[in-house]
Ligand binder design. Structure first.
Ligand SMILES: *Cc1c(COP(=O)(O)O)cnc(C)c1O
Length: 388
């Protein structure tokens, strides 16, 4: 039996997988079971932000594995304290809750927003506004929050208490922000929804209207956060700091971790017994996270990410098949004129380049550490496919 046959006979088929058995990776390249090499413009959906098996990151993770791999959250560890302190310092948040994934970080944000409102105003103010075309995760609550009808099938009943507003439609927002609402949840750039940017004027309106009514703003930065856009948080582009920000994907460089960050209003909302996670804040993940933070905050790192992203965007715009380029920084959506994104992805894989798609677009989330030479090599393959 081949690996794919063995896999498919034992793992349920909930993903549309590509026929590639990945064996090892180093830097921005990985190899499959036949030794074929690929340059990676997807970084495991933005998780391997330092690329594959970065030396310093791997050293930190391995050292932690050999020291203390896990303890329950009934005790303290220095590595979790260090990571929490640094993450708050980098983002400007007051406190945080550690979990293991994006969906869990959003679950925590939803619970916290509802409890904040309940503590202060009592029952009846539990609704959360989310945007049409958003994506917030696969658990029952985060699926319910997700503003796309395609996700609202089979699993009825979904959770109550989510109201959808059209992205970038301030009138729709104003009409729905009544006194049953405790929070507005948004992605500054909708990732799974098609790398769709929010407009500054809409983001301004969200923050202004919410501030007037003590409605919380929750920024889902699971995809846009941790340097992906060239800023540590995408909110910095908009000059905004949400009351709650959620992170995951790249936060620990490819080890499962999520975090829910709290500003002044929400820093003490969760009290003993109200929330928890067995693995949340696991020391190995924290060690990986510290290595990520060290690199991202090193001199000029994020400026370099912005420069490289600008370069990729400009190169893409020169291609005749490219209709437009969306996103921010190294979160790149490519709308095509005639070709299908899925076909481009399959052809790119054949030629040794891994890319992602989002709705009808080709999506690039290259490792933040990618070099100019690697960018050129990947773009050459991509352009060849787009222009053939
Ligand atoms: C990936 C993603 C999630 C879900 O994260 P998981 O780790 O898969 O649970 C939620 N929100 C956004 C914006 C994402 O990109």
């Amino acid at each position: 039996m081949t690996t794919i046959e063995k896999f498919d006979s034992h793992v349920t088929h909930s993903y549309g997988r590509m026929p590639l058995v990945m064996e090892a990776g180093k830097g921005r390249r990985c190899t499959d079971e036949n030794g074929k090499e690929y340059i990676d413009f997807g970084s495991g959906i933005g998780t391997n932000c330092l690329g594959y098996c970065d030396e310093k990151w791997a050293d930190a993770v391995c050292a932690q594995v050999r020291t203390l791999q896990h303890n329950s959250n009934y005790y303290y560890t220095a590595v979790q304290a260090d990571f929490a302190e640094k993450l708050c310092a980098v983002t400007g948040y007051e406190s945080l809750f550690f979990c293991n994934s994006g969906a869990e970080a959003n679950e925590c944000a939803i619970k916290t927003a509802r409890k904040y409102s309940f503590d202060k105003y009592g029952k009846g103010r539990h609704n959360i506004i989310t945007l049409v075309n958003s994506f917030h995760g696969r658990t029952m609550a985060t699926l319910s929050a997700t503003g796309q009808d395609v996700f609202h099938n089979y699993f009825f009943p979904f959770l109550e208490g989510f109201i959808n507003v059209k992205a970038n439609d301030t009138d729709d927002l104003r009409a729905k922000l009544d006194d049953t609402v405790c929070a507005v949840m948004l992605e500054y750039v909708q990732g799974e929804g098609g790398v769709y940017n929010l407009e500054q004027s809409f983001v301004d309106a969200v923050f202004e209207l919410c501030a007037e009514k003590d409605i919380l703003v929750i920024a889902d930065e699971i995809q846009t956060g941790v340097g992906r856009t060239g800023k540590f948080l995408a909110g910095e582009y908009f000059g905004k700091k949400a009351d709650i920000t959620t992170l995951a994907k790249g936060i620990a460089g490819g080890i499962p971790m999520g975090a829910c960050l709290f500003g002044e209003k929400c820093k003490d909302v969760l009290t003993p017994g109200t929330h928890g996670s067995t693995f949340g804040g696991n020391p190995i993940a924290c060690a990986g996270g510290l290595a990520v933070l060290e690199r991202l905050t090193s001199d000029g790192f994020l400026d370099d990410v912005s420069r490289k992203a600008e370069y990729i965007r400009n190169e893409l715009k020169k291609c005749k098949e490219v209709d437009s380029v969306s996103g921010l920084g190294m979160m790149i959506g490519i709308a095509l004129k005639n070709k299908k994104a899925e076909d481009v992805k399959a052809k790119a894989m054949e030629k040794g380049l891994l890319v992602l798609t989002a709705k009808t677009k080709v999506r690039l989330l290259p490792p933040l550490t990618i070099t100019k030479e690697e960018i050129d090599e990947g773009l050459r393959i991509l352009m060849e496919i787009l222009e053939e």
